[in-house]
Design a protein around this ligand. Structure first.
Ligand SMILES: [Zn+2]
Length: 138
């Protein structure tokens, strides 16, 4: 086991199970130190949480629950997915308001159709969506 794998396993061992037992990243750091002597920074712990999620470990987080925890059951996972979906919709609504009903590709700015606006779209066509992504990446 590499040092990274050992730290990841230690984090999993420290994470509480169940939303009602959620702990903040700060509390997770303190608990990790108490149990293992390992001190990690907030951003490092967050990076480990992300890595664990990528590896398929059901580490959930929610501002409403006030922290992170291991999913107790599938319902908790579904509840967090719904919270995230609501956040995404709120961000999309804000993006649409800021965008002012026009294509978000700076070189286009065509007026968006009602259909596009209703589905929360920001571009007049897929081509402009990809072009804007390519321009951001370059
Ligand atoms: Zn366009």
């Amino acid at each position: 086991m590499t040092a990274t794998e050992k730290k990841a396993a230690a984090i999993v061992a420290v994470l509480p199970v169940g939303r009602d037992n959620a702990i903040t990243i700060g509390q997770l750091r303190v608990e990790l130190h108490k149990r293992t002597g390992i001190w990690l920074g907030d951003s490092t712990v967050r990076a480990y949480v992300h890595r664990l999620q990528e590896a398929g470990v059901k580490v959930l987080s929610s501002p409403r629950a006030g922290g992170v925890w291991l999913a107790e059951d599938e319902q908790e996972t579904m509840d967090v997915l719904e919270e995230l979906r609501a956040q995404v919709h709120a961000v999309e609504r804000r993006m649409q308001l800021i965008n002012g009903g026009r294509c978000a590709l700076a070189s286009c700015r065509a007026e968006l159709t009602e259909t596009t606006l209703n589905r929360g779209g920001l571009y007049c066509c897929q081509g402009h969506r990809y072009q804007a992504a390519a321009e951001r990446a370059s």
